[in-house]
Design a protein around this ligand. Structure first.
Ligand SMILES: Nc1ncnc2c1ncn2[C@@H]1O[C@H](COP(=O)(O)OP(=O)(O)OP(=O)(O)O)[C@@H](O)[C@H]1O
Length: 253
């Protein structure tokens, strides 16, 4: 599959809404599921103009945090603010926050084009952008095929296109490299870096420490729901390999 390198400024964005101050703030955020405290009093700001890597072992609370940002899960305490507003109070939310979450998929019976056009209409995004994005994420040739027949990597590309539809200043990606081939992984890395260079706020979770090392400027580390680090990557790593610094921190040694 051919993947184009993208200058997203060339795309037809809805425009006129980007603010250089689009910060994502988590304030004393907690989420409890029964006896499990999945997110435990997390306070931090995810800032624009850089890629923030979100690291943590399985079950650390990363996906739960991202779901709360998008209003898909209700915090047990605390709040999430996108540029000072709660997600549910945003008009045309896709124009403020774009997200690729695990398990967020298009209906298998629809084509990629139909899925994106439906999202675009419900968020007042011009249909022209759907055509452009499908080409840019490398799905132009299969745009009218049923999503049910797509490979994992193709589904990820569709999810990335959906996240970009509203040209949002804030982007969340939960394990975005899942299923991507090496060219796709590189494309994604360059895409995330270019978003940060454009002044967007980019939060990306991954278990691939080496990939985060190549992509992120800043790190948030979560373990058992608690925020253990909020630091520039260079500072966090010090003289160690990132993997060693991370494993030492989360094991408490
Ligand atoms: N809907 C739910 N109901 C009950 N418990 C849940 C639910 N969602 C998450 N949890 C629990 O909350 C904790 C945090 O899970 P979460 O999926 O946020 O972690 P994660 O850091 O994204 O993990 P992974 O890296 O494995 O995807 C886990 O103990 C998980 O079992």
């Amino acid at each position: 599959m051919v993947v184009h390198s993208v200058n997203f400024r060339e795309l037809t964005g809805p425009g006129g809404h980007r603010s250089v101050h689009d910060v994502l703030e988590l304030r004393n955020l907690s989420k409890r599921y029964g006896r499990v405290l999945a997110v435990d009093d997390v306070t931090c700001a995810v800032r624009p103009g850089r890629v923030t890597g979100f690291l943590g072992p399985n079950g650390a609370g990363k996906s739960t945090t991202m779901r709360m940002v998008l209003g898909l899960d209700r915090p047990s305490a605390g709040q999430v603010l996108v540029n000072g507003a709660r997600y549910r109070d945003l008009r045309d939310p896709l124009r403020h926050v774009g997200a690729l979450l695990e398990g967020s998929q298009a209906h298998g019976g629809r084509s990629a084009y139909q899925h994106l056009r439906w999202l675009a209409r419900s968020n007042r995004v011009p249909t022209a952008r759907v055509h452009e994005l499908l080409g840019h994420v490398g799905l132009g040739d299969v745009a009218h095929q049923r999503v049910g027949g797509y490979s994992l990597g193709m589904r990820q590309r569709l999810g990335i296109a959906a996240a970009l539809l509203g040209d949002p200043p804030v982007l969340l990606f939960d394990e975005p490299t899942n299923g991507l081939d090496p060219a796709g992984v590189r494309w994604l890395r360059e895409t995330l870096r270019s978003f940060a260079a454009e002044g967007r706020t980019v939060l990306v979770s991954s278990h691939l420490i080496s990939e985060i090392e190549l992509t992120a400027d800043h790190l948030l580390v979560l373990a058992r729901g608690r925020l253990l680090a909020d630091a520039p990557l260079e500072e966090f790593r010090g003289t160690e390999a990132l993997e060693d610094a991370f494993l030492r921190l989360v094991s408490g040694r």
